[in-house]
Design a protein around this ligand. Structure first.
Ligand code: BEZ
Length: 191
């Protein structure tokens, strides 16, 4: 992610401690140092399995599907916010390099506090973007994909579990999870 700007929001007022809002794998797998973690939401965005993963959960030619954010007026997307040092972004930028860029967002913590944060977003203009598909097609893509970080289904199930632990609803994620289970059951009816 060498072309990513070091934004004002990254070097912000809070003494170079920055809130990173996680809405995907970061919810259940925070493999970076952080000062504190707090459940939070962002407004005006929904989580969708529309980004292709050619590195972590798939390979070039057979990409997996991972989540990105899509603008939707009035929507609320919940996740986990981590307070990190600016240096944490060196690791994260490298980890998320296939199509993601950073943007600034307003955070609403579950306890009512508000803040400013950074989120990784993969828009339709990136080469790994897959875009919308039916729930069944997304689940089938996930069932068949594996990459350097493991099976794509593990990502989906980890995310769904993480959202339940947060006590948050996500109709899209839970529908894809159900569709994956239906697909796997149909593929192995006697398992
Ligand atoms: C997340 O968990 O928020 C996330 C992780 C990787 C890329 C984009 C988002």
């Amino acid at each position: 992610m060498g072309d990513m700007p070091t934004t004002d929001a990254t070097e912000n007022r809070s003494g170079r401690r920055i809130w990173l809002f996680g809405y995907g794998s970061i919810i259940y797998k925070a493999d970076f140092d952080y000062f504190q973690a707090r459940p939070a939401s962002i407004r005006g965005w929904v989580r969708r399995f529309w980004q292709g993963s050619r590195d972590h959960r798939g390979v070039p030619g057979s990409p997996g599907r991972v989540v990105t954010l899509v603008e939707q007026a009035g929507a609320i997307c919940s996740g986990m916010a981590y307070q990190v040092s600016a240096a944490a972004f060196d690791h994260l930028d490298d980890r998320e390099k296939d199509g993601y860029r950073r943007i600034s967002v307003d955070l609403e913590f579950f306890d009512g506090d508000q803040g400013e944060g950074i989120v990784y977003l993969a828009g339709p203009d990136n080469p790994a973007y897959l875009g919308p598909a039916s729930t069944a097609d997304i689940a089938r893509d996930i069932a068949h994909s594996v990459g350097a970080s493991g099976e794509n289904r593990e990502y989906l199930l980890g995310l769904a579990d993480g959202l339940r632990r947060l006590g948050t609803e996500d109709a899209h994620v839970f529908a894809v999870e159900q569709a994956l289970q239906d697909y796997l059951a149909a593929a192995q009816p006697n398992a």
